[in-house]
Design a protein. Structure first.
Length: 454
């Protein structure tokens, strides 16, 4: 019986059973270089992860020919690392592609823009015009947030927003030093950066329509009936608090009379967890995408949708690993006291929910280039200590599987995705975790593949 590769395909990993032509590699290599890097494993079947290996003759040929083939087919030039790995008695070829610093990378024969690919989930797809523009901006070492906001003058900055951040005394030199004001390279005049608009313009949504936060409350568990809808906009300094006040007003419980008014003593979702989730969305989203941040409150859950995937690969939500997409926005938010230390946001979300007795939220990337956080409102689904398996160490959402574990119930990838209400790719990542922890083993192959408890 063939052994199975422990990891599954995803944003940073792809399998190839064999290479009939090196053209099979180029899209993936380009996509990895334009994203956060990744590995291509030759000798593993991509459908069922069976390890078939690579024979000695092909290995020698690949090691000699692949570096030159990639060099000649892709520009700017790339030099991947190659290594032979022994697994279950079979030789595998590992091709590691590092994130490039001369983006956008593209296939020469296709040219620009057709030859530019990026990684979405486990697929290499053509880059859209917006993403191509962002890659070109990265090549110039300029993040979107520190770039020029076209057509906006320094006089449009909101004095009240500036005072709430800097205090009464601030100078134009300080604003230039902090990159709130930047110099237009063409006209030579001072103008406002995108981050400056986001934090200190009275109406950022008039400059960039995506700078809104949309809140919708639905009457039931689906989207058929809307009971309340609000579009929030304005300087980010005050925007997050306005949104939180509205959302928490619908999640209040344990009221107590204070004077002539009722005051909420507690909320279904901890305020710290909700604030961190919203700040993560505001700071790390892809602002060049046209979508707004959306908050949807259903009768059984609250969802926060943020355009753009994670800035880097997140395998363990509790790892503390942090990647930065909008470094200037993050710096301003941190100086304003809106966020704490880098890398602690996801940990705080999980810890505050656990301490409050809430079900752990689901935090995942979607294949449509977004991140979603889902808080569940059922207070009866509290985490319980287990003598055999520590469910609190599981990635978000897997606590729902504890009943299946106790029943030793086998399941398919499709069944897990339905249980967790997530995409197949997200379900795959959770199965990978369980396999590496030896909670599960794989049985069968192809469409009949099932996962059984150890």
């Amino acid at each position: 019986m063939m052994a199975t590769y422990s990891e599954i395909e995803g944003r940073c990993l792809e399998f190839k059973e064999k290479l009939t032509t090196y053209q099979q590699l180029y899209k993936t290599v380009v996509a990895f270089a334009n994203d956060v890097g990744g590995k291509i494993i030759i000798g593993v079947q991509d459908k069922d992860r069976k390890i078939i290996g690579v024979n000695e003759h092909d290995l020698d040929r690949y090691l000699e020919e692949i570096p030159r083939a990639i060099y000649e087919a892709i520009t700017p030039a790339l030099q991947p690392a190659m290594a032979v790995k022994l697994m279950s008695g079979k030789q595998l070829l590992e091709i590691e592609v590092f994130p490039g610093n001369k983006k956008p990378y593209f296939i020469k024969s296709k040219g620009l823009p057709a030859g530019v690919y990026i990684r979405i989930g486990s697929h290499s797809v053509p880059a859209s015009a917006d993403i191509l523009e962002d890659l070109q901006r990265m090549a110039g070492s300029e993040n979107f947030d520190s770039g020029l906001a076209p057509g906006v003058t320094v006089q449009e900055l909101d004095p009240l927003a500036l005072k709430s951040y800097y205090g009464k005394h601030y100078s134009q030199e300080r604003l230039v030093s902090d990159k709130i004001i930047i110099r237009d390279p063409f006209s030579g005049k001072l103008a406002i950066s995108f981050a400056g608009v986001l934090f200190f313009h009275p109406h950022p949504e008039k400059i960039f329509p995506q700078c809104e936060i949309l809140f919708t409350k639905f009457a039931t568990t689906d989207t058929k009936k809307i009971s309340r809808s609000i579009d929030f906009h304005g300087p980010l300094i005050s925007l997050v608090d306005e949104v939180l006040t509205e959302v928490q007003s619908h999640l209040a419980r344990d009221f107590k009379l204070k004077g002539a008014r009722l005051s909420a003593q507690n909320h279904i979702i901890p305020e710290e967890a909700l604030r961190e989730s919203l700040m993560n969305a505001v700071i790390h989203r892809k602002y060049y995408l046209s979508d707004a941040i959306k908050i949807a409150l259903f009768s059984d859950r609250l969802e926060i949708f943020s355009p753009g995937n994670f800035p880097g690969p997140i395998v363990d939500l509790r790892s503390g690993v942090s990647y930065s997409r909008n470094s200037l926005i993050r710096q301003i938010a941190r100086n304003a006291g809106l966020v704490e230390k880098r890398g602690l946001g996801l940990i705080k979300i999980l810890d505050t929910c656990q301490h409050n007795g809430n079900p752990p939220p689901d935090i995942y990337e979607g294949e449509g280039d977004f991140v979603k956080v889902v808080f569940y409102l059922d207070q009866n689904k509290k985490i319980k200590e287990q003598s055999i398996v520590d469910y609190n160490s599981w990635p978000t959402g897997l606590v729902l599987l504890r009943e299946w574990h106790q029943e030793k119930r086998a399941f398919t990838l499709k069944e897990l995705a339905a249980l967790l209400q997530c995409s197949r790719n997200t379900a795959k990542s959770k199965i990978e975790f369980l396999l590496t922890k030896k909670f599960l083993y794989l049985k069968g192959a192809g469409p009949s593949t099932r996962y059984e408890w150890q």
